[in-house]
Ligand binder design. Structure first.
Ligand code: SF4
Length: 370
């Protein structure tokens, strides 16, 4: 298929589509494209997009699906920017990755730039002779993953963070973890570390204003970044759920703040939350601290259980929400005509090093059987 690269704002023709027209045209373009396209839908996507996804899952699982379809020349990633970058890194060289709306970013991933990470690295290297292992959450840019690969570190997901931390502390003396403070702290506490084993780096203030003694002493240096969706959950919401539904079980994502995780009955990745609730007994009650689209889908799928989101004021991931049917229609129809719109690319050097960090994660995870 001949292709030309075009990146532009949503053309008027698509802006004016009704939901029904968009649906019909997406289905038709999808059919014309056949096996040369795989559509991936993140758990947090709206239903109108998920129904067109060949695969749904968390960001890592989706990248593996993309890589397992070498016959597909195009991966249409209905997620956010860092996820599409990861598909570029893990996909085959000939596969091209499309993010239907380029403005679908991730506020947490944007909280750590490569330059900021290099500033921390310089500061830590000046403070200590210890071997520092950089670890980045999947929810980070390709440039940060590349930094970790280049400096002997690894990527982690919310499912394998503990195994990666354990590996990092066998390899070195100290972890520098980006960009989610809460995932890092919740994981470290669960592993038995204490508050004094951790220090927080705030990239938004001058380096000298950070706690240098704490940074020197810490086993785990956390980055002051957070997910705007998961940071909304509170202990008060958990107390209210327990008061209104005695016996209810509360399960939350580790991107939630520490006190929320401590007040819950359990915590884990979106895959973990989905599995635990699916395997629960009919009649059970669940208050869930993660993105509303996933929670609503579980509630719909399991009508014999009470499942609701802890936050009464609906909290979708607003950037993920920017992938909507008109954008998907635009991307697919152009592909069917041999044009690529909104392609995500990653510099070759970042692909190489980021892949090294991702491969390291996979090796550690396989050895730890996480
Ligand atoms: S839910 Fe949070 S971490 Fe996930 S994509 Fe949205 S802003 Fe980023």
């Amino acid at each position: 298929m001949a292709t030309a690269l075009i990146q532009q704002i949503l053309p008027e023709e698509y802006g004016a589509l009704t939901p029904e027209e968009a649906d019909r045209r997406i289905a038709s373009a999808r059919e014309r494209l056949g096996d040369c396209v795989v559509i991936l839908g993140h758990h947090y996507q709206r239903d109108e997009i998920i129904k067109f996804a060949d695969y749904t899952g968390d960001s890592y699982k989706l990248c593996l699906h993309a890589a397992s379809h070498p016959e597909a020349d195009f991966i249409v990633f209905c997620g956010v920017h860092f996820m599409a970058e990861s598909a570029v890194i893990l996909g085959a060289a000939h596969q091209r990755v499309i993010l239907p709306n380029l403005s679908a970013g991730c506020s947490m991933a944007d909280m750590a730039t490569r330059t900021q990470v290099e500033d921390l690295w310089e500061e830590l290297s000046a403070l200590t002779d210890e071997r520092i292992i950089p670890v980045t959450y999947m929810n980070s840019s390709a440039a940060i993953k590349s930094f970790c690969g280049e400096h002997g570190g690894a990527v982690c997901t919310s499912s394998n963070c503990e195994a990666i931390f354990r590996w990092a502390l066998e390899e070195g003396d100290k972890i520098a973890f980006f960009p989610d403070e809460h995932l890092g702290r919740n994981t470290a506490l669960h592993m038995g570390f204490r508050d004094e084993d951790m220090a927080l780096w705030d990239p938004t203030i001058p380096p000298e204003m950070n706690d240098r003694e704490g940074l020197r002493r810490a086993k785990i240096v956390l980055w002051k970044g957070f997910c705007s969706v998961h940071a909304r959950f509170s202990v008060e919401q958990i107390q209210r759920a327990r008061r209104d539904f005695p016996g209810i079980r509360v399960i939350v994502h580790p991107e939630c703040r520490r006190e929320v995780v401590e007040a819950a009955d359990g915590f884990g990745s979106t895959e973990y939350i989905s599995r635990v609730i699916r395997e629960s007994e009919p009649g059970s009650q669940w208050a869930v601290g993660t993105e509303i689209n996933l929670v609503s889908r579980l509630a719909k799928e399991l009508p014999d259980r009470l499942i609701f989101c802890l936050d009464p004021i609906v909290c979708p991931c607003s950037t993920m929400y920017r992938i909507e049917p008109r954008y998907l229609c635009w991307a697919l129809e152009n592909l069917a005509e041999g044009r690529v719109v909104n392609e995500i690319t990653v510099p070759e050097r970042d692909v190489r090093y980021a892949k090294a960090a991702l491969d390291r994660m996979m090796e550690i995870t396989a050895a730890a059987r996480v």
